[in-house]
Design a binder for this molecule. Structure first.
Ligand SMILES: C=C(O[C@@H]1C=C(C(=O)O)C=C[C@H]1O)C(=O)O
Length: 307
């Protein structure tokens, strides 16, 4: 599959948040598209935990239960259930988690094979609940921060047709790599800081703008998709201006005086291969504006440095 191809898959709705159909989503702490909490290793009751998060967040909430007893409370107050390794080892528990009809996020345990992982998802579906999202990656050992198998993530996505999230730890570079590999979203630590959430979202936005082909159905969704592409364009335009500025300093004659129209025509022709709908005719004035902005910046900088 090419880098920018769009794979067909079933999207899963987590409350108001669609996973798998549009942009890569971010699930985690404050500032994310959805929040989640784990009741494992916490001495807090499901109802209290859900109420606490509800007090500050009106969007989708997912909960990892500590036992089957938590499920009715979760079903009453949350938009999804998260099950991890402890659950996926026990088919009966998985069946119970899927029964209330809430979407289920199935996290792969580090020792679990692709077949075992997908079998857990199928178990949910067999119980009548096909709203299953997979999640690859998890906490490593102390010397090994995150364990994220990207080929396995891709295989799971292609084989199951289900959305697949990735757990990138706190590393935005891994978040970017996961989205580039096809992850439909990121599951961050529930206690992630707003800064960590923003960094992961930024990485997902920039990479996703190139790798995720979207087909939005409303003006609002299409504008949001355009905003993501513009975010990536801004990063590239800034980088391009810096590089073009370097060339002005290195050339014997820089700035507008050293303009090379033949080089400009050739780069437009090369770009038209990747942008055939726009073609050379439409790209030429765009690139002329981009190039002139870069030259103006270079000349302004040169004037203030007086070199
Ligand atoms: C950067 C250069 O200087 C100018 C700016 C260009 C650009 O921004 O791409 C291209 C050709 C030149 O007119 C260059 O010569 O490569």
């Amino acid at each position: 599959m090419s880098l920018t191809a769009r794979a067909e898959r079933g999207a899963v709705q987590l409350g108001t948040l669609e996973v798998g159909g549009g942009p890569a989503v971010v699930i985690g702490g404050a500032g994310a598209d959805a929040r989640w909490i784990s009741l494992r290793e916490r001495r807090v009751r499901a109802a209290e935990a859900v109420a606490a998060i509800r007090a500050e967040w009106a969007g989708p909430v997912l909960v990892e239960p500590s036992s089957v007893a938590d499920l009715p409370r979760i079903a009453a107050g949350a938009e999804g259930v998260v099950v991890g390794e402890a659950w996926t080892r026990d088919p009966r528990l998985v069946g119970e988690a899927a029964r209330p009809g809430l979407p289920v996020i199935v996290r792969r345990g580090p020792a679990e094979t692709l077949e075992e992982w997908l079998a857990v998802a199928d178990l949910c579906a067999a119980g009548g609940n096909d709203r299953v999202v997979l999640c690859e990656g998890g906490q490593g050992s102390p010397g090994r921060p995150a364990v994220l198998d990207l080929p396995l993530l891709r295989a799971a996505r292609e084989r199951s047709g289900r959305p697949v999230l990735a757990w990138p730890g706190g590393d935005p570079a891994l978040a970017a790599a996961a989205v580039a590999a096809g992850a439909d979203g990121l599951l961050l630590d529930p206690d992630s800081t707003p800064e960590a959430v923003a960094a992961a979202r930024d990485a997902a936005t920039i990479v996703g703008a190139v790798t995720r082909r979207e087909e939005p159905g409303t003006v609002l969704a299409a504008r949001a998709a355009v905003d993501r592409v513009d975010a990536a364009l801004a990063v590239l335009l800034e980088r391009r201006a810096e590089l073009a500025g370097t060339i002005q300093r290195l050339k014997p004659v820089g700035g507008f005086a050293g303009r090379d129209m033949d080089r400009e025509r050739r780069l437009v022709a090369e770009m038209a291969r990747r942008a055939p709908a726009l073609g050379e005719e439409r790209l030429a004035p765009i690139m002329n504006a981009v190039i002139e902005a870069g030259l103006r910046l270079a000349e302004e900088r040169r004037a203030t440095r007086r070199d």
